[in-house]
Design a protein around this ligand. Sequence first.
Ligand SMILES: NC(=O)CCC(=O)C(=O)O
Length: 259
Amino acid sequence: MKIALIQLDIAFGDVDANIARAEQFIQEAMKQKPDVLVLPELWTTGYDLTRLNILADEEGNDTKNLLSKWATTYNVHIVGGSIAKKNQDGVTNTLYTFAKDGTCAGEYSKAHLFQLMNEHLYLQAGDKQGLFQLDNVPCASVICYDIRFPEWIRTHTVNGATVLFVVAEWPLPRLAHWRTLLISRAIENQCYVVACNRAGSDPNNTFAGHSLIIDPWGEVVVEGDEQEGVLYGTLDFSKIDDVRKGIPVFSDRRSELYF
Ligand SMILES: NC(=O)CCC(=O)C(=O)O
C-alpha cells in the first residue's frame, strides 16, 4: 500500500483557498500513483474556532461530496484529514475516509478535546471508534491529541486495526512529544502508524510538520521537515506478521489485570 501524506500549510478560515491548494497537491501526488492520500486535521478551516458557526460544514455534506468526487476522479483512497462538522448538537472535529469507488469507508469524530487550543469551548467530543477497512486492510483513524491516550489506540488495535492513521495540527514546541508518542504507539501496538501533520502557522501557533510513517518495529519509513509538501512511503504488511510472531504482545496481554 503506497501512501502520500499531504503536509498542507492551511490558510486560516479560508475554506476555498484550502480546497484549491489541497487539490493542487493531490494532482502532484497522483504522479507517484499512491493507493491512499492523507490530509491533516481541520484542513478546510484551520483552528479558526471563533468563526466555526459560519465556517463549519453542515452535516459534513460539502466535504463528503468533495472527497467522494476526488476519490473517483483520481482513483485513490482518501483519509480526508478532519473538518469542522456542524450538526444539531454543535460542531465536531470529524474525519471522513473515502474509498476510490467514491463510497464513505469511515467516519470518526475526535474523542479527546485539546483544552490548550480551546477545543473544549467550541467543539463536541466524539464517542465512537474509528475503525474502517481499505482494500480489506483493517485500519483505524484518530485525531492529534488522541495519540496521548494509549488505551484509546489499544482499543482500536485489539479490535483488529493494523494501520493507524493520525491526522493532526501539532505545534512545533511539542515536536519531540509528537515523534515519541507516534513511535511508541507503533511499537506497543505492532502496527503501522501513518501520521499527517500540517505545516505553517496560524495567529496562535507554529506547527511542526514532520509527518511520519512508522513501521511496526518502530522504524521511521519516511519523515517530513517543517515545510509544506507531499511525502511518500510504502507499507509492507508482512512486517506486521513478523513482528507479532516474534513478540506476541496481543496473545500475552493480561487484560484481566488492567483498567
Ligand atoms: N490539535 C491537537 O490536538 C494538538 C495536540 C497537541 O498539541 C498535544 O500536545 O497533544
